[in-house]
Design a protein around this ligand. Structure first.
Ligand code: IVH
Length: 680
């Protein structure tokens, strides 16, 4: 008889585990830690062992992962894609050896291969006659999701084997299993870029890799830094026979061109295997990817296969798990950081807690949606995870121990750095501060203002911008025009000459056309092309500043988001101040009087082709030529009157012009034809 409370507990555990599987595998967004998950599974397994009559085919212990999502086509795996039994520490590893040894003929000598257990997601790769034809996720172990198009974008994945011309010939049919993952470094860089763009960031490399591979648009996957390591032949048809040991399998896969784990090693006995696991437990931070343990595999694949499978885990291998790097602590406060691009990022202030030898006092909360989605409240006990070198993050609150004193957090509606109201763009998770004078963003805004394509002040780089901001010499970009030599001479590394060069560069930038000034202001959504459109349409900053959102939207190429951003920008009094200061400085805030209809047309009837890089962007050059009556085409023909040759000219146009005897001129000569030395 099974006691009623056991039956109830088993049901409860299954319900919970099913839910957490769904959060983890389908949503890529777990709400409990791996250790908590393992504990639930362990409890369930123990109860099922004690009361085998409770085991049902749909128990989470009987399968791996989650069913494939309906958005993807389903792929039936050629053989079950199994999972691993865990051993926590050397004792449990030795216990595993003892258990399986009993099932083998006495005195069987075993050797082993030990590999890192990469924390990514399993992928199953099919090759027909050496060509990659199909790739799937693990799914529930029987049926996975067809993510072929996404996997094709993974650079390390061989699309045709052998990769090297002298590699072994592949069999007619080969299925390989591997792990798709993100390196810690790629993950951090990727998350940083996502945050800058106001897009979704991920809690850890595994979720980032999984989220990227399960994209419906493979162009998105293509931009994500996914890596791959392979370790198993799942199916094989043809001659010669596949390798019969794990160690040879790794060599074979490598020879075909698959990436295999560099840290895998051969161990002649079990003591060596355990020692190797312990060695990597100490050195885990030096791995380029996150590993949650090592996998000890019996080297002889026949022996391993003969040992069979229990539930969904093969007896012939075991995961030696590293201790979880997580702890629970109290969330004392949520504070907000303003990034250099104006994105507001919340972070947690924690009661200090040691995790894996480091005292953690802060953790990232990613973005405001994350806090709401996980219902993280100030005062909560939270699970904090520190994985590899990744910044610690909050997995979620421990809801059971809430006292009722916890406070629901409301995201700020004002920037904590400058106090201006914040902006939220629909469809983006990020909250921004769009204030051009926000101190947290000033260095970046100045560098951008001075960059090529904007005001093009070569002598003003990021380092100088930092110095100017640190010394309080500039509070917005317009202040640049009021710098005096005396201000600069006190700065680190600034002697007479350098100060003069900087001032001369700033002075020269006053000649930049209005469209460049508009670009340089860094109005959200306004890059070079939009700036030109606006400049040509309104012709002056005053008329642009008065335009309503509706008027702006009437202009071809200006959508509602841009219209809102532009109108919003000019509504801010602080921005109007910047404009007035720029006006006083003598920066161009209007287009020059149009020359086209009124003025002379020295280029009338002439057709030009441009090759190579000129001193200003191509579109601007084209506009200039057209203003003086000329025409620009893309390729050289008999109708071409002149080829304008810039730096690093393209071969085809140049050669064709030579063949046809088309005269070639440089930019200077073009300016002479127009009759200006330097067009304003
Ligand atoms: S062997 C039949 N080797 O860990 C068992 N798995 O918890 C096949 N993993 O689902 C797994 N690195 O996604 C194996 N070197 C490695 C691995 C590895 C990572 C993953 C794999 C598996 C999970 C098991």
């Amino acid at each position: 008889m099974v006691p009623e409370e056991v039956r109830k507990r088993v049901e409860e555990l299954r319900r919970e585990i099913h839910y957490h599987n769904y959060r983890y595998y389908v949503l890529d967004s777990p709400v409990i830690s791996d250790a908590q998950y393992d504990a639930l599974m362990r409890e369930l397994r123990q109860l099922e062992e004690q009361y085998p009559e409770l085991v049902t085919p749909d128990s989470p212990t009987q399968r791996v992962g989650a069913p494939p999502a309906p958005e993807f086509a389903q792929v039936r795996h050629p053989a079950p894609i199994l999972s691993l039994e865990n051993a926590f520490g050397p004792e449990e590893a030795w216990a595993w050896l003892e258990r399986i040894s009993k099932l083998l003929p006495p005195d069987t000598h075993l050797d082993f291969v030990v590999e890192p257990k990469i924390d990514g997601l399993s992928v199953v790769l099919h090759y027909r006659d050496g060509v990659f034809t199909l790739g799937a996720t693990r799914g529930d172990g029987e049926v996975g999701e067809d993510v072929t198009a996404n996997l094709r974008t993974v650079r390390q994945l061989p699309l045709r084997i052998p990769v090297a011309p002298d590699g072994p010939q592949p069999p007619p049919y080969l299925v390989v299993r591997g792990e798709a993952y993100m390196t810690v470094r790629d993950f951090e860089e990727f998350n940083r870029r996502q945050a800058e763009k106001g897009e979704k960031t991920f809690a850890n490399p595994r979720n980032a890799a999984a989220g990227s591979l399960r994209q419906l648009d493979s162009r998105i996957t293509a931009q994500r830094p996914i890596s791959l390591l392979c370790y198993q032949v799942v199916a094989y048809e043809g001659e010669p026979t596949p390798p019969s040991t794990q160690w040879e399998t790794l060599q074979y896969l490598r020879a075909l061109g698959f990436p295999v784990p560099e840290q895998a090693t051969y161990c002649p006995d079990f003591a060596c295997a355990v020692a190797y696991c312990q060695e990597w437990e100490r050195k885990r931070d030096t791995l380029p990817y996150e590993a949650d343990g090592m996998v000890i595999k019996i080297n002889d694949l026949r022996v391993s296969a003969d040992l069979g499978v229990v539930g969904r885990t093969p007896r012939g291998m075991v995961a030696y798990k590293f201790p979880g790097r997580e702890a629970t602590t109290r969330l004392l406060d949520i504070r907000v950081n303003v990034g250099r691009t104006g994105v507001l990022t919340p972070y947690a202030v924690l009661e200090p807690v040691p995790i894996g030898g480091v005292v953690v006092t802060k953790a990232t909360l990613h973005n405001f949606d994350y806090i709401a989605e996980k219902d993280i409240r100030i005062g909560d006990r939270v699970i904090v995870k520190r994985a590899g070198e990744v910044i610690p993050y909050i997995v979620g609150p421990v809801v059971d121990v809430r006292t009722g004193e916890e406070k629901v957090y409301t995201p700020p509606d004002h920037c904590p750095s400058c106090g201006e109201p914040v902006t939220r763009v629909s469809g983006e998770v990020a909250v921004y501060c769009a204030n051009a004078a926000c101190p947290a963003q000033l260095v970046r805004r100045i560098s951008y203002f001075a960059s090529r394509g904007a005001m093009d002040i070569e002598t003003l780089g990021e380092k100088t911008a930092q110095l100017l901001v640190d010394r309080g010499l500039v509070r917005d970009v317009a202040d640049l025009y009021f710098l005096r030599k005396e201000d600069l001479l006190g700065l680190e590394g600034f002697a007479e000459k350098k100060a003069e060069n900087l001032l001369a560069g700033i002075e020269a930038s006053k000649q930049q056309p209005f469209s460049r000034v508009l670009t340089a202001l860094g109005i959200p959504q306004v890059g070079g092309v939009v700036a030109e459109t606006l400049a040509h349409h309104f012709r002056s900053v005053d008329r642009l500043a008065q335009a309503t959102e509706e008027e702006l939207q009437q202009i071809p190429g200006i959508g509602p988001e841009i219209a809102r951003a532009v109108a919003g920008w000019f509504r801010r009094p602080r921005h109007r101040e910047i404009i007035e200061k720029l006006r006083r400085a003598g920066v161009k805030l209007a287009e020059e009087a149009p020359v086209a209809e009124a003025g002379p047309q020295p280029l009338a009837g002439l057709t030009f082709v441009i090759t190579g890089t000129l001193s200003r962007p191509r579109e601007e050059m084209v506009a200039l030529i057209e203003r003086y009556g000329g025409k620009v085409t893309d390729s050289v023909s008999r109708k071409t009157d002149y080829l304008i040759v810039g730096e690093a000219p393209g071969g085809t146009k140049y050669r064709r012009a030579q063949e046809l005897g088309v005269p070639m001129i440089n930019e200077e000569q073009l300016m002479e034809m127009i009759g200006v030395r330097r067009e304003a």
